[in-house]
Design a protein around this ligand. Structure first.
Ligand code: G3P
Ligand code: MG
Length: 251
């Protein structure tokens, strides 16, 4: 196999899985406390082009705000509470920025899988801006962040802006027939697949091509071990407490 996987094999989904408010610095602290040395998180842009961590296009589900995140300036979003929706101990948790996450992860020796999650209609712009921020914020780091996205336009824009950053294409459903061609076109060295579609045959096919493979969101420890045994490079999980032992031994 041509590829090598320089990152940890166990990755905390949205920073701290289901045990902390997703995509906040509190989540990263929880992920790190469970022994995870790599976090996946979703990044999009505010109206004034600040890269923030947020999964949805809209604010309702994971904050005290309402409306589209892309319609707010960062200073406005900073007034909302991104923790209370999860549980009382996290009340008042602020929106996380890519800047704060870069500072935290680099200070603690943690690695990043930045999922570029553009607000609808802003794919190219978001891909280019986040790639540029990632290049600047991880300048001189031992390992650059892995960029991934479901959005092929965002990945293409990221590739044009910062071609040196590693990239992976996220696939929601069954692997399309032309996956090799898509990866080649986007200059992606990896695929991040939905666990529901990750059969043994498919895992072996992808790995035999020397393509890196991460699988999400794997919350059953037996399934996670099975995927690793088949050759998956990395497991992205919400169950960071159940899989803490694996993460802690991931050297
Ligand atoms: O990057 C893997 C996974 O996070 C993709 O799905 O919806 O949880 O961002 P989602
Ligand atoms: Mg994600």
């Amino acid at each position: 196999m041509r590829s090598t996987w320089p990152y940890p094999h166990w990755i905390a989904h949205r920073g701290g899985g289901r045990h902390a408010p997703e995509n906040t610095l509190a989540a990263f602290r929880k992920g790190a406390a469970c022994g995870f040395r790599m976090m996946e998180y979703d990044v999009k842009l505010t109206a004034d082009d600040v890269p923030i961590l947020l999964h949805d296009d809209t604010l309702e589900r994971t904050s005290s705000g309402t409306g589209r995140a892309a319609d707010f300036r960062y200073a406005e979003l900073a007034r909302f509470d991104f923790g209370s929706w999860h549980s009382l101990p996290y009340a008042g948790e602020p929106v996380a920025t890519l800047h704060s996450v870069a500072a935290y992860t680099r200070a603690h020796g943690l690695h990043s899988n930045i999922e570029i999650k553009p607000s609808t209609g802003l794919e190219d712009h978001t891909g280019a801006r986040i790639a540029r921020y990632a290049r600047e914020l991880w300048h001189g780091a031992a390992l650059p962040p892995l960029l991934s996205s479901f959005s092929e336009p965002a990945l293409a824009a990221a590739a044009e802006t910062a071609p040196e950053l590693p990239r992976a294409l996220l696939i929601e459903e069954d692997l399309p027939q032309d996956w090799r061609e898509r990866l080649r076109r986007l200059g992606c060295g990896g695929l991040n697949l939905n666990t529901q579609y990750a059969t043994r045959e498919l895992v072996e096919e992808v790995r035999a091509e020397g393509v890196n493979l991460a699988v999400w969101t794997v919350n059953d420890p037996d399934r996670a071990r099975e995927l690793r045994a088949w050759g998956c490079n990395a497991i992205i999980t919400d169950e960071i407490e159940a899989l803490a032992g694996h993460a802690a031994n991931d050297r």
